[in-house]
Design a protein around this ligand. Structure first.
Ligand code: ADP
Ligand code: MG
Length: 341
């Protein structure tokens, strides 16, 4: 693949009539890295992807590749002039072309021998070299997805955009296809944007994570950092269940029902303490709570308990309590975050 690609999105905004689908979005895509864009349905993920692809204009803001402006208000470089490869949810393979011809479709301008070599390499990369002569309808969902990916990667684009590429796959196929895709993308050294609404998938795949809600980017950065240090309740909830308790900040420290927690940089006044259920464990000592609900969840049980005026959820291994029981819980406050909202 050719030299490093960096796509820079700054303040990208897109409106449909009165509806603002994407508002002031910032995002960077780096060569050789997978950026996952995670958000609930309707949060603007596909719209942002289409803006980056050049399938739609921005109403405000800018998208650049290095110094080159790809999108700005009143100016949109068309998709075919962007060096961007797209993989959509439905794969959109040509049913009347073999796997090999599907993958070679975008290389018709090349001499036959070059085309053949590139197609063979792309199919080998996605582990489908032995299916070159097959028809799309004879392939499994996972295989079709890999053909779609090979068809995109064979053109060696700087940037690869994938919109929910696993949503059509059965659960048991997902992890296998995901592993294969990761492997292929890592060797391709393209800048990759992968859109998903699945938190586990995003956390597993992302080098860089971008969280979206209501058309806005609400947090971005290292996945572990986003999980451990959410910027807001909404950001925390996108990545998994979280307990939210009232807090009162004074001089950089929050008073909370679980004890004092550092809140550096937050203004004095009301705030919220966020702590994940797995960081609250029952023990011989700690705060007294009354169990209200228990739900068996296999690897862990979810215990709903009352803590003063507040309700909290704990994830505990096995079934440890019944409604009405009084249990003590210990909260690992080093894993808690205070946010302003
Ligand atoms: P996501 O991919 O996160 O589910 P989308 O980007 O598809 O979200 O949509 C974001 C919002 O913009 C939604 O409210 C959706 O209904 C709206 N929207 C998307 N595309 C269009 C369109 N072509 N015309 C009108 N509204 C649209
Ligand atoms: Mg979408």
């Amino acid at each position: 693949m050719s030299e490093q690609a960096t796509i820079t999105v700054r303040g990208a905004t897109r409106c449909y009539g009165l509806k603002t689908a994407v508002e002031g979005a910032d995002l960077d895509l780096r060569a050789g890295r997978i950026t996952c864009l995670l958000g609930p349905s309707g949060s603007g993920k596909s719209t942002l992807l289409r803006l980056i692809a050049g399938l739609e204009p921005v109403d405000a803001g800018e998208i650049r590749s290095g110094e080159r402006v790809l999108s700005a208000a009143g100016r949109t470089v068309p998709p075919e002039a962007r060096d961007v490869g797209l993989v959509f949810q439905d794969y959109a393979l040509f049913p009347h072309l073999t796997v090999r011809d599907n993958v070679g479709f975008g290389l018709r301008h090349l001499p036959a021998a070059d085309r053949k070599a590139r197609v063979h390499k792309a199919l080998t990369d996605v582990k489908l070299a032995d299916r070159a002569k097959s028809w799309p309808h004879s392939l499994s969902g996972g295989e079709q997805q890999r053909v779609a990916l090979a068809r995109t990667l064979v053109r060696e684009p700087h940037t690869v955009l994938l919109d929910e590429p696993f949503s059509g796959l059965d659960a048991h196929l997902k992890s296998e296809v995901r592993e294969g895709l990761l492997e292929t993308l890592k060797t391709a050294s393209a800048a990759v944007l992968l859109v998903t609404h699945d938190a586990g998938e995003a956390l597993m795949m992302a080098d860089d994570l971008v969280l979206m809600d209501g058309g806005r980017v609400i947090q971005s950065g290292d996945p572990q950092e986003c999980w451990a240090r959410p910027a807001s309740t909404a950001a925390a909830r996108l990545l998994g269940e979280v307990n939210r308790l009232p807090a009162q900040v004074a001089a950089g420290v929050a008073r909370t029902p679980l004890g004092p927690v550092p809140a550096p940089g937050l203004p004095d006044g009301p705030a919220a303490l966020l702590i994940r259920p797995q960081h609250m464990t029952p023990g011989a000592e700690g705060l007294e709570t009354t169990v209200e609900t228990t739900r068996f969840g296999g690897a862990f049980s979810e215990v709903g308990a009352r803590l003063g005026d507040d309700r909290v959820h704990l994830h505990v291994p096995g079934v440890i309590a019944r409604p009405g029981d009084v249990v003590r819980i210990r909260a690992d406050l080093s894993k808690a975050t205070v946010v302003a909202d």
